[in-house]
Ligand binder design. Structure first.
Ligand code: 4GX
Length: 221
């Protein structure tokens, strides 16, 4: 899977070089290419934005620089995604669907966003990571890269993918490790019993209980 990111702040993506995603990049399982939109400014001061037509606060990113940045990378049937609060909400079904693509181009806006004309021209899908306002699309792009990459073969150790929250529309059961007793609290007996059938049943019941208590909305879908 290849991710191309168009951004004014490529340095923000250095955190992807850590942990599981960093390892996946190192192994060549996923590829993250960063393109700085500013490199495509024709302005002597490398300016990429301007004041909005019609007036109002803030700045809007010019369509021509975004289009030139996009043209420098688009060479196949990549899916182009714009991260914005106006997009459809990202969920695990969408994450799984996106993981089947070969090439995703993620466009990160800043300020008051990007001129609508270039978005209409190049964007296939607009996606939001939640109903709150961020300062730019970089964190949403990283959320998308992280969540999608987990479905790429070899990125995670296998069983963890399908067994987890949302695959079965249930939250996860609680986990315990050593020590067997911590501040007077013991690990549930069944988990030490070695009785695999009982453990499976206990975990399922806990999942149901936790979901009812914390996210009842997940049950009535
Ligand atoms: N889920 N942001 C996009 C620029 C912008 C401003 C106005 C369109 C209109 C966000 C989110 C998010 C901040 C990314 C504003 N775009 N993106 N950016 N929530 O808050 O995806």
């Amino acid at each position: 899977m290849k991710f191309d990111v168009l951004t004014l702040f490529p340095e923000m993506f250095s955190s992807l070089n850590e942990s599981i995603i960093g390892k996946a990049i190192g192994k060549g399982l996923i590829e993250v290419n960063l393109t700085n939109i500013r490199d495509f400014s024709k302005n002597k001061h490398k300016k990429v934005d301007d004041t909005p037509y019609g007036g109002g606060a803030g700045m809007v990113i010019r369509p021509d620089v975004v289009y030139d940045a996009y043209s420098s990378i688009k060479n196949d049937d990549a899916k182009v995604i714009y991260l914005s609060p106006q997009g459809s909400l990202l969920n695990q079904d969408k994450v799984k669907e996106l993981s089947k693509e070969k090439h995703l181009i993620l466009i990160c806006g800043h300020y008051e966003g990007i001129d609508q004309r270039v978005l209409d021209e190049i964007v296939d899908e607009e996606i939001s990571i939640g109903d709150y306002v961020l300062t730019g699309g970089e964190l949403p792009a990283m959320v998308l890269i992280d969540s999608v990459s987990r479905y790429i073969e070899g990125v995670l150790n296998e069983e963890s993918v399908e067994e987890e929250s949302f695959s079965n529309r249930l939250l996860e059961y609680p986990q315990y490790t050593r020590p067997e007793e911590f501040r007077g609290k013991k690990v549930p007996e069944v988990l030490i019993s070695g009785h695999h059938e009982n453990i499976k049943k206990w975990r399922y019941e806990k999942s149901l209980e936790v979901t009812k208590k914390k996210r009842p909305d997940l049950l009535d879908l």
